[in-house]
Write a protein that binds this ligand. Sequence first.
Ligand code: TYD
Ligand code: MG
Length: 457
Amino acid sequence: MAKKGTIEFVCQTCGAAYPKWQGKCDSCGEWNTIVEEKSGGEGFSNFTPKSKGRILDFVPLSGALEKVERLETGIKELDRVSGGGLVAGSVILVGGDPGIGKSTLLLQTCAKIANKAEGYECYYISGEEAIDQVRIRAKRLELDQSPVKLASATGVKDIIATLEKSNAAVVIIDSIQTMYLEEVESTPGSVAQVRACAYELIKLAKKKGFVLFLVGHVTKQGSIAGPRVLEHMVDTVLYFEGERGHHFRILRAVKNRYGATDEIGVFEMQDKGLVEVENPSALFLAERQGNISGSCVFAGIEGSRPVLVEIQALVSPTGYASPKRAVVGWDSNRLAMVLAVLEARCGMNLSSQDVYLNIAGGLKISEPAADLAVAMAVISSLTNKPLPADAVIFGEIGLSGEIRSVGQPNSRLKEAHKLGFNNAITPPTHGNEKKNTSYDMNIYEIGNVQRLINWFN
Ligand code: TYD
Ligand code: MG
C-alpha cells in the first residue's frame, strides 16, 4: 500500500494501482484508464499508531441480539427492496444511468420521510445541481412544502462539520463522484477521491446513526464508476434501471446486508415523479397484441414476486454470411444455447436465419426459467404460427433437450391465473414439488423440446 503523499498510477475503472504509468490496465484490461494520483493514504487519512493494540474480548456465537430498527419510507417499493425499511446507520449506494431518475427517487424518499409526524431531519446535499434546479424539481413533484434541508455543496469537510452538529435521520449525497476532500490531491470523481470521501461519510453515518444514501454514476460498462471498493464499503447497493424510451423503472438490490438481494421495486416515471407500480405484470403486458407469431408470455420470478412479461422473437432469412443474433433484455449466450438445442434435438435449421429476441417493455431477465418461453417464441416465429394468447410458459431447457423444473411454479401459476390466463405450459412435476391444480387453468407439462413442435401443427 502506498505511503501517504506518494505518487501512484490508479486505474479509474477497477482501482488497481501501479508504480508507473501504462496504457493498459493489467487487472481489468481497459485502455487509457490509468491516471496519476497522489495517494492520500487510502482515505484512512491520518493513520499513525499512537499506542500498542488492545486485547480483544471474544464472545460465544449465541447471545442476545440487538433488534434492528427500521425506518419505513412509506414508498412500498423502496421498502421492499431495502428489506422492510431503512436501517439506522446503514449506507445505501444508488447507481444508475444519467437521467434515469435517481435524484427524483431520492428527493421523493427524503420528502416522504421528512413529512412524517415523528419529525425526522432529512438532508439533501446536491453536488451536481444548483439549489434552483432542485427547487424546480421539488415544485414539479409538489414536494416544495416538505421540511427537507437542502444544500448545494461538494466539500466533504463542510458536510461532515455540519452533520456532526445535526440530528440527521436521513442524508442524501447526490452524487459521490462530485464530492472532494482537500487532503486528496486528485480531481473529484477519481478513484482516490471517491474512496476517501465515501470512507469519511460512511464513518460519520455509523457514528451518528443516520441513513446515508450515496448516488453513484454508472460507467459505460454498467458498473458504478470508481473502484469496486465502493460497493464493498456500503451495506446496500441498489441499481435503478430502465430503458430510456420506456416510462417504467426498476429498482434492484444487488447487495443487501439487511435483506434479500435480487428483490425488485417497480416504478413508473410520470409527469409528477415516480409512482409505485403495484401490479407490474399488468404494466408489462399492457401493450401486448394477441395472436401474433413470435410472441409469448413468460411467467418469471423477480426477487420474491412473480412477474409476467412478453417475450418476442423474430426469425428471418439472413442476408449475411454468418446469421445475426441480437438480444435485448436477456443473456445472448443462453439464446445461443437454446438455438443450438433446437437445431440439434428438433432438427430445425436456424443457421440460415437471423434471430432477434426482445423482452418487451425493457425489463432485463436473468432467469434460465425463460428458456422454454424463448424456444416457443422462436419456433412460433419460424413457423409463423401464433401461440394461444391466454397461455403462459416457464421452464429451463437442458442440453439434451429435456425441460427442467424451476423454482416457485405455484407463484407463477397464481400470478398468471390472477391476470386471466387459462393455459400454462410447464416442465413436468418432479419429486416433492406439487403443482397446485386448484386454479381453474389447463396445465400442459412438457418433458422434452421435441414435443414443443406439436404445439404448432
Ligand atoms: P433525474 O432524477 O434528474 O435523473 P438522475 O438523477 O438519475 O440523473 O431524472 C431526470 C429525468 O426524469 C428527466 O429526463 C425528466 C424526468 N422526469 C419526469 O419524467 N417526471 C418528473 O416528475 C421528474 C422530476 C423528472
Ligand atoms: Mg441526478
